[in-house]
Ligand binder design. Sequence first.
Ligand SMILES: Nc1ncnc2c1ncn2[C@@H]1O[C@H](COP(=O)(O)OP(=O)(O)OP(=O)(O)O)[C@@H](O)[C@H]1O
Length: 606
Amino acid sequence: MVAYLKVRSGPDTGRRFRLDPLHTLHVGRDANCEIMLTDPVSSRYHAVLFHEDSHWQVRDTNSRNGLLVNGQKTDHATLQDSNTILVGTSELQFFDGHGDSADSNNREQTIVLDRPISGGLSSSNFGPLDPLRKIADVGYLVDLYQLSLQLIGSGDPDSVIQIATELLKDRTQADVIGFMWLGEDGKLQPEYVFPSDAAEKIKLSSELTRRVTNGGEAFWFKEESTSPGQKTQWTDAICVPLQHGEEVAGVLHLYRNDHRFNERHFELALNSGQLLGVALSRARRTAALQVERDRLFTRNAETNNLIGESPPMMRLKSKIERVGKANGCVLIRGESGAGKELVARDVHQHSGRRERPLLSVNCAAIPRDLIESQLFGHKKGSFTGADRDHIGWFQQAHTGTLFLDEIGELTLEGQAKLLRIMEGHPFLPVGGVDEIRVDVRIIAATNRDLAEFVREKRFREDLYYRLSVFELHVPPLRDRGQDIELLMNHFLEHFSRQHARPSIQFSEAAKKRMLSYAWPGNVRQLRNVIDSAIVMFDGNTIEADDLGLRDAGVEVTDTLRLDVWEEKLIREALDRCNGSIPEAAKRLGISRATAYRKIADFDIEK
Ligand SMILES: Nc1ncnc2c1ncn2[C@@H]1O[C@H](COP(=O)(O)OP(=O)(O)OP(=O)(O)O)[C@@H](O)[C@H]1O
């Protein structure tokens, strides 16, 4: 219940002066003033404060620049709680002390120091001429530096709190440290208390809590027992907001049982609180995004893992590992739905860019006349319909990977720009004047015969060679034998869970049908067939006819694609010649070199 003045602005910001009602207190620059300010604009004896008729009064003592109370120039005023007094350039705020009473009746929490927090790290109050203090300052900055480094490197909220606790405990020798999180109801919830059985020690008056959480002020205060013989729970406490921008997300408490904190502890806690506010908000946002991402993946039966243990898939996986670590462009070939995008993700995951963005663009899904502006960006008004600036996919993927699906659909102008970027040149967004330079790894995919496109002059030859520094061929599902069963089980498990039909199974005949089917639409088709069978049919067993595979067993004879037949013939020839390539080449009427090249192209086991 002690009235006090707090310096809100000016050189003495943060200092507090207890007001003793038994004495008249002088305010000014003179060393004899009880409330001594270092503000050069204040007079030596600027004003006096005294307690009369149960109220605190302030009177100007012929100051040079006058006295303002609540913004009004005055010679004399009776002070009310929270009134402000301007002395020179220093704003002092008066508190009658009634608001700070502790929740407990016989204890008093007296503020030693407080500090409004407004963006940026606060500067230390230590005297600039004290060399020992300067050395101490360096230690304190090193602590903050180390804390920042560790917080930057940590993405998970629990470890962020743990890192900060360890540092603060060590540096301040606090007996108890508590992190309180501000719940949606505006109440503080103990999120983490160290040691864990000390939660009951965290007792802060509701008024102080309000000022920390609403006003973003940090406090250092001591608790004094007002009833003789009663032992207090702690002697000193520091309470600082965890602030991110304008928002206070929580509060950090530090308690000491016997000894006192010092100013350096207060400064360290205060600045750590600001770092923590930012780090925790960021870690929580990242965690929320991760959960959301996993949820979307699960809902769509997507997995980041390439399911498959067949020999061609095992070979593909080992190539992905090697290609991932290298840094060149990758061209992924394979039929539609075979898993090219998944392979691209896997390459990215195995690369040094795995923590950076991977963006996927389907060039076939964007109207041809918009591809360029989508990829490279455009400026508002650069063409009809460009009603705002667009940051192109290349720029968005900067430092990461850009997956260009159906690359064969890229216009010739787009191809020319792409080639220039790949050669390390900057590019101009559509309608832009400032050149942009990006560092992006390109993974392209196609289910077309790009070499054929090159011959038809629909695709630039130089771009083709640049893109295919590394080539990966995703084998069609029909060539993956045992993988069909693995994928069947994976999708059955996923969709039966998603559609809440846990006991649904395939009949033996249904399994057989799926295992012998040619799957022209590859894994995507298998996934869709299982999804709709689970949705459409009642009962616990999916029969062969429920799968809707009317052309089941037809193999690939329904296609006239030359490459499909070519691959089939090579496989057949190898089978008939017991795997001997020279023999097979003879039977096929092609040279050995061509046979070797085609076997590699089609990724046929030798
Ligand atoms: N090996 C695999 N393991 C698990 N899921 C797979 C696998 N291969 C493909 N899928 C799934 O099949 C679907 C199609 O895969 P993806 O989109 O990667 O094929 P794509 O070859 O890129 O097709 P398109 O050429 O039509 O773009 C996706 O849902 C993908 O998650």
